[in-house]
Write a protein that binds this ligand. Structure first.
Ligand SMILES: Nc1ncnc2c1ncn2[C@@H]1O[C@H](COP(=O)(O)OP(=O)(O)O)[C@@H](O)[C@H]1O
Ligand SMILES: [Mg+2]
Length: 223
């Protein structure tokens, strides 16, 4: 199972949702989970040092020269039950190899959660083609969004739709879950509260080792 988490606006909570989902599912599965970082914020959000070695960027760039076990060697332990495939350094290029990577990851016996990051509408499609492969090839493609008009407008202008929406719920918004689901044509699969405990866990680097209670149950039901 490959779950891609993405957003249409920075600061939506995508990295938090992806990290917490990987931690929740990793505890559920004997073999743990694999968290794939395409945006680059995962190490900091989990309170770990920047992995010094290669990552997805380098695996893509290596082409067919990459040894068969290269992906496994790139992984680093990130949190209890969670391994991380780091982003690496440089541009994510080679969409065809990205499709291969997606199909390899989809066959992984562990749940694979991908932090795809933010898509900016009207950006050069070439630039985003690698990350787009992860959205289009995912078992579940989750848009993480607040009920924010700007985010929703941007999401509508993207050339793909999510299979599900993770709503980061701010109590003061006038738009509710039903409107968000209607506008985007996809179901709300989880409603995550805006909770000070979540923000503090991120700031303290303990999001995945001490998952805030307000995240565990809602995310378990999502995937
Ligand atoms: N559910 C939440 N409750 C409280 N704060 C949150 C929540 N989700 C995210 N945040 C805060 O917002 C910041 C940005 O979230 P992040 O996951 O990095 O967004 P994105 O990856 O979409 O840019 C986090 O550092 C955290 O402090
Ligand atoms: Mg992020």
């Amino acid at each position: 199972m490959l779950v891609s988490c993405w957003s249409s606006k920075g600061g939506s909570g995508t990295t938090v949702v992806a990290g917490a989902l990987a931690a929740v599912l990793g505890r559920r599965h004997e073999e743990g989970s694999l968290l794939v970082d395409l945006a680059g914020d995962v190490p900091v959000s989990l309170g770990m040092p920047e992995p010094p070695g290669p990552g997805v960027v380098e695996w893509l760039a290596a082409g067919s020269d990459a040894p068969a076990d290269a992906l496994g060697r790139i992984e680093v332990p990130a949190a209890p039950g969670v391994s991380l495939l780091p982003r690496g350094r440089g541009m994510l290029v080679d969409p065809e190899r990205a499709e291969l990577l997606v199909s390899i990851l989809a066959l992984d016996p562990r749940p694979v959660i991908v932090d795809v990051g933010t898509f900016v509408p009207h950006d050069d499609p070439e630039i985003d083609s690698v990350r787009r492969a992860f959205v289009l090839g995912a078992t579940h493609s989750f848009l993480v969004t607040r009920a924010c008009f700007l985010s929703l407008r941007r999401a509508i202008n993207l050339p793909f739709r999510p299979s599900g929406i993770v709503l980061v719920n701010e109590s003061y918004r006038s738009l509710g879950g039903r409107e968000v689901a209607d506008v985007l044509g996809a179901p709300i699969v989880a409603t995550v509260p805006v909770d000070g405990a979540i923000a503090r866990a991120v700031d303290a680097g303990v999001l995945a080792s001490r998952i805030p209670r307000s995240l565990t149950d809602v995310l378990l039901d999502a995937a």
